[in-house]
Design a protein around this ligand. Structure first.
Ligand code: XUL
Ligand code: MN
Length: 344
């Protein structure tokens, strides 16, 4: 089965293990060395934040940014890799403290628009046509701080600005309900799909669904994927896992809830996800306890789990499933799935 799906991850998925309560516990690995790991781990696509490709880009001019991004493109080519997408990192700069596109300060909103245009130049230089936008700080800690109707309009305007600036790209919105904010304005797939229709190019706005984010919203990842597929808007996925309503854990795919992972693979496989070139993207973190030499296992394991689940999806006895649905014997269907997952 391997080979039918192409897999991607971002360089931030090989990381030093710092968390809000403690410092790094592993050495940094330079970008070029990370690139060399991709193929060995079974991956063909690289996900980027704009400054993963061009560090310190806020202090560079537009030409310098493009030059640097082209160098990264050559590095990808020599490793036989492609860029899957570029995402603007709009949550670290001092000008994004109160949000980026929805900041209450017009100068900060302008910074976000300008940075997004530079990000789109990087998209071109890296040879991809996909943008992912995660609206990190586009929300509030307290409701009175912003006006949600105005904010949604600002997010739509910013999307429009990007869609007009680079007419080749598609934008996949990555919804997340909280963290770092108490509440964000685009918390679910439905919100992401809907806001596309406030732009001049609804067909070019879709979603990137991350398992952990959906769980944090109290929803089911496979159903969210089904919703996006019904609108032809599942441009990418960020598979991982999440143990309930906690911080965003980014655990290895299937490591917490194998059946939930099975159902994500099932909806994707049944509807030919990937046939138009979409990647199976991961957004997974190694546990902080993991030692340096074995800090990429979460990536290889997630891919292996995905491929094994593809086999299980395809070997499930569809006639039995159909019969039990007709009989409305969902208890037996439940047992059939459990047995199948347990290899019985
Ligand atoms: C944040 C998250 C991001 C996006 C890309 O929770 O998942 O890494 O995937 O900006
Ligand atoms: Mn993600």
């Amino acid at each position: 089965m391997a080979g039918e799906y192409r897999f991607s991850f971002g360089p931030w998925n090989i990381h030093e293990g710092a968390d809000p309560f403690g410092p790094p516990v592993r050495d940094s690995i330079e970008f070029g060395k990370k690139l060399k790991m991709y193929k060995k781990l079974g991956f063909d696509g690289v996900q980027f934040h704009d400054d993963d490709a061009v560090p310190d880009m806020d202090n560079l001019g537009p030409e310098q940014i493009v030059k640097k991004a082209k160098e990264v493109h050559s590095m990808l080519e020599s490793e036989g890799l492609v860029a899957e997408f570029v995402a603007p990192r709009l949550w670290e700069d001092a000008r994004t403290i109160d949000g980026a596109y929805t900041s209450n300060d017009p100068a900060c909103r302008q910074y976000a628009r300008d940075r997004s245009r530079r990000m789109l130049d990087i998209v071109d230089a890296l040879g991809t046509k996909l943008v992912v936008v995660w609206y990190a700080r586009e929300g509030t800690y307290i409701r009175e701080a912003k006006d949600s109707k105005v904010a949604v309009g600002q997010i739509a305007e910013a999307l429009n600005d990007m869609l007009h600036y680079n007419t080749e790209v598609k934008i996949a919105i990555e919804p997340k309900p909280n963290e770092p904010m108490d509440q964000t304005y685009i918390p679910t797939t439905g919100h992401a799909v809907a806001i596309g229709y406030l732009t001049d190019y609804p067909d070019r706005v879709g979603v990137n669904i991350e398992t952990a984010h959906v769980v944090l919203a109290g929803l089911d990842p496979s159903d969210e994927m089904g919703f996006a597929l019904a609108y032809n808007k599942l441009f990418s996925v960020h598979l991982n896992d999440q143990n309930g309503l906690k911080f965003d854990e980014d655990r290895a795919f299937g490591a917490v809830d194998l059946r939930r992972a099975f159902n994500q693979v099932r909806i994707l496989d049944q509807h030919d996800y990937g046939k138009d070139g979409q990647f199976v993207g991961l957004d997974v973190k190694a546990m902080r306890t993991q030692k340096q030499e074995v800090a990429t296992k979460h990536l290889a394991n997630s891919r292996t789990i995905f491929l094994r689940l593809v086999e299980l999806v395809r070997s499930l006895d569809k006639n039995k499933v159909e019969k039990l649905i007709q009989q409305r014997d969902y208890e037996e269907l439940d047992m059939l799935i459990i047995n199948h997952l347990m290899g019985k």
